[in-house]
Write a protein that binds this ligand. Sequence first.
Ligand SMILES: NC(=O)c1ncn([C@@H]2O[C@H](COP(=O)(O)O)[C@@H](O)[C@H]2O)c1NC=O
Length: 529
Amino acid sequence: MTDLHPVRRALISVSDKTGLVDLARELADMGVQLLSTGGSAGLLREAGLEVTDVAEVTGFPEMMDGRVKTLHPKVHGGLLALRDNESHVAAMEDHGIEGIDLLIVNLYPFEETVAKGADYDTCIENIDIGGPAMIRAAAKNHAFVTTVVDVGDYGLLIDELKVNEGRTSLAFRKRLAQIAYARTGAYDAAVSTWMAAAIGEPAPRRRVFAGTLAQTLRYGENPHQTAAFYTDGTARPGVSTAEQHQGKELSYNNINDTDAAFELVSEFLPANGPACAIIKHANPCGVARGGTLREAYMRAFDCDRTSAFGGIIALNRPLDGETAEEIAQIFTEVVIAPGADDAAKRVFSRKKNLRLLTTDGLADPATATLTLRQVSGGLLVQDKDNGRIDMDDLRVVTTRRPSEKEMADLLFAWTVAKHVKSNAIVYARDGKTVGIGAGQMSRVDSSTIAAHKAQRMADELGLAETPAKGSVVASDAFFPFPDGLLAAAEAGATAVIQPGGSMRDDEVIRAADDAGLAMVLTGMRHFRH
Ligand SMILES: NC(=O)c1ncn([C@@H]2O[C@H](COP(=O)(O)O)[C@@H](O)[C@H]2O)c1NC=O
């Protein structure tokens, strides 16, 4: 196999024409002959470059609204022919096929068209056929042909050609071929995913997921694991789309925790007041509302000062200077917020290791997206838990109704519990968590841990009594027995929110009545594993 292969003839057919003229000019200067399709050729000609229309090569005009332009043996033969195979060379001579050494194609903007919410027919018309066909052909023949599918690779191509005096190396062509197949694969993944949604197919027989490398990571969850971060093109505000203002690169665990933090704080609409969530190991260790952002942060911090050290902080409003000053008092890994003012940025510039991320708004908790989890030999796919309840969805099942204040705290605690790993128990009072029990195999243990954390908060802050006294408690799933509920009552909770639905609901409700608790059932569970 020849290693360095000369580029004498290039076919250019691009939808995104960014950087095209500059690239083509460089190629022309190197003596490369340019072939091109309608719009691309027009642009190059306007720029004064000499171009041959593909239609002239094929002998057929572009037709059917561009559905057929390059689908012709003169194009595909030129891309696929093995230059060192006698019968291929003979076929080229017999049929007047000239080799194409370089293919520059980017595809109809199908993904962007879908993202804009275009109608069915418009999406269909934006499925590129000729482009992927050429890309796959050229990439298969990487022994001789160079395939460029990303505008971002134009510079690399020119450098490669300059270094090798108008030729490309096999290693370079192989690398670009891999990128090319990933591009056509991702393109078809987008088409099939869109079609599944369009025809209402929730579990298509074959499912393809695609991602674009956003960042290679120094390591994974642990230093001996390699890792990388891929984005799926979704424009959702959050860790994948945020702007990083300072600090070193995010790690695997940072990305995971920042996502958990921002998704949680996004539950709290800015119009309903400032809110803050502090996350450690993907679980909240403090969540609070406040009159100001600073107050929301301080109240969240007070829930579990020990765990908050080295945490990830998410805010539902743009970060201001006074909140930044407060946050800067201890070591924090990441702060994410829908904006940050100059004063805040000035404060953080003193903390070189702190990463500040700003987003374009909050993530809509009601958006229907998918979550994926890998198991050995497969992927579990489900809708993201975007279930939400309000006051009207609650069923009061105890003799005593929750007071208005209890009701507000119940809904707050329930919202937080949705973001805590199961079994989740959350104590809350006055719009702040006062004890969170996460990820235990027994609900009673989660209850006990949450109560213990509340007591520790009392000790740390020098409070006269545990803040669990007079709190409310949320449980992400039903209490199978009265024991978990009684543990909460013993800790001082006065009202309970839980899904209900246990075989022993009657027993649990009786126990609540006997303990003087008010209890509401949501009819919705929020397991999170
Ligand atoms: N049908 C074909 O034979 C065909 N060949 C190339 N294309 C696409 O046409 C676009 C470029 O068109 P133009 O140069 O006319 O702006 C590229 O995105 C390319 O992938 C085609 N269009 C759609 O399939």
